[in-house]
Design a protein. Structure first.
Length: 196
């Protein structure tokens, strides 16, 4: 198994036992919850009040990061046309400070960044947090629900495929194409004001 600096996982509606098994398989011993609202109406075992003691019983630490790294900002200036603006969020000093704290936690624990969406490309944990971590030189592995761990670079290749970009990965404008693909995908899946 390839070791990553951090992992990422969306709990979706998976059973609690399966969720813990996926964490264990990756050697994770700390969960960094990046949900702005750590509550699940449909899967109450993933609400923080239930998840924290459940993880503790398994010897897994719970780290709350939703305030600074969540995908539903409170500041109206972090929305563009009613859609959460990940690029604006990534420029905030609070975001940068939280990333530094997360990397420090990852130096002490095997950390998995957790949110709700199953597919990394449907979630800010990938499109915002993992992207920023990768830019800082961290390696991120996305734990998929089939048990595979997808390196963030492979997730970015899938992002380019989704965007219809079949250009050369090593072309000089690759970073521009990737940034545009991130922007398009983020606008498609980011939190929208008024969305339930």
């Amino acid at each position: 198994m390839t070791a990553f600096d951090l992992y990422s996982l969306g709990h979706s509606s998976v059973a609690e036992v399966r969720f813990v098994a996926m964490l264990r398989a990756a050697g994770v011993n700390a969960v960094a919850d990046v949900r702005s609202v750590p509550f699940s109406r449909f899967c109450p075992w993933f609400s923080a009040k239930n998840l924290v003691p459940s993880l503790a019983e398994q010897g897994i630490a719970y780290l709350r990061y939703g305030e600074a790294l969540g995908g539903r900002p409170h500041d109206p200036g972090l929305y563009c046309d009613g859609i959460a603006d990940y690029e604006a969020m990534a420029r905030r000093p609070e975001f940068e400070a939280a990333l530094a704290r997360l990397q420090a936690d990852a130096a002490r624990h095997r950390v998995c960044v957790m949110c709700a969406e199953r597919e990394p490309l449907d979630c800010h944990r990938c499109l915002l947090v993992a992207r920023a971590l990768a830019a800082r030189g961290a390696t991120v592995g996305h734990i998929l629900h089939d048990g595979a761990i997808e390196p963030h670079a492979a997730t970015e290749r899938r992002l380019l495929d989704l965007a219809g970009d079949d250009g050369d990965m090593f072309a000089p404008l690759q970073q521009d194409r990737l940034a545009a693909a991130y922007r398009r995908r983020s606008r498609a899946v980011a939190y929208r004001v008024g969305k339930n």
